[in-house]
Write a protein that binds this ligand. Structure first.
Ligand code: E4P
Length: 216
């Protein structure tokens, strides 16, 4: 399973990258706004900075909601760096745009996916990644992980090549469960990635080893 970090914060991206386990980055307009990045040039420069920092796919989201606008924006984003993956929302115009990008050699991440039907459409349009939003589904009292399993099952029997990118991850447990459910990628906040490190028995065991080492 691949690990992406879900942020536009350069310090956090650097920290995750230094662990040596990072395969890519996802951003969205909310995450970019959180970093105070405004204006086309600043946004494009920020994507380039991320691409130069991490050796892996970097999702950059279009802001248009019409086919022509998405295609124009996506072409511009894809030209920033070969690792840019154009992130397109799961709407009617988005599906058309994903098909256009697929036919024109531009990779895509279909975002805001909340059902298996949407995931089938994304795969049919040739999306490189499909992003089911686990945390937001859980927030609504449904089971986000069940959706990952369902999509994994469908993609497997139908031999779709689109990769399942588990998004809206809220905890280390989400990462483990998504891996179990068959996600190809997890995009996670830094805290959730670091949460995987933690186990009290590791801390207790290490403290004991270090104490005993003094007697060596
Ligand atoms: C990533 O591709 C998604 O945009 C992100 O994981 C959404 O996360 P959120 O539901 O925590 O905003």
């Amino acid at each position: 399973m691949k690990f992406f970090i879900d942020t536009a914060n350069l310090a956090q991206i650097r920290e995750a990258n230094q662990l040596g386990i990072l395969d890519g980055v996802t951003t969205n307009p909310s995450l970019m706004a959180k970093e105070g990045i405004r204006g086309k040039e600043a946004i494009e420069k920020h994507y380039l900075d991320i691409c130069e920092m991490v050796d892996g796919d970097v999702s950059a989201e279009v802001l248009s909601t019409d086919f022509d606008g998405m295609v124009a924006e996506g072409k511009r984003l894809a030209a920033i760096h070969p690792n840019i993956v154009v992130k397109v929302p799961m709407i009617r115009e988005g599906v058309k745009a994903i098909r256009w990008f697929t036919n024109n050699g531009i990779r895509t991440n279909c975002t805001l996916v909340f059902s298996a039907g949407q995931a089938i459409l994304a795969a049919k349009a040739g999306a490189s990644y499909v992003s089911p939003f686990i945390g937001r589904i859980d927030d609504g009292n449904w089971d986000g992980m069940e959706l990952i399993s369902q999509i994994a099952h469908i993609y497997n029997i139908q031999e779709f090549r689109t990769e399942i990118l588990a998004a809206s991850i809220r905890s280390a447990l989400h990462i483990v469960k998504a891996a179990e459910a068959g996600a190809h990628v997890c995009t996670c906040p830094l805290d959730s990635i670091l949460g995987l490190l933690k186990h009290p028995l590791t801390d207790i065991g290490l403290a004991k080893f270090l104490e005993d080492a003094k007697k060596m």
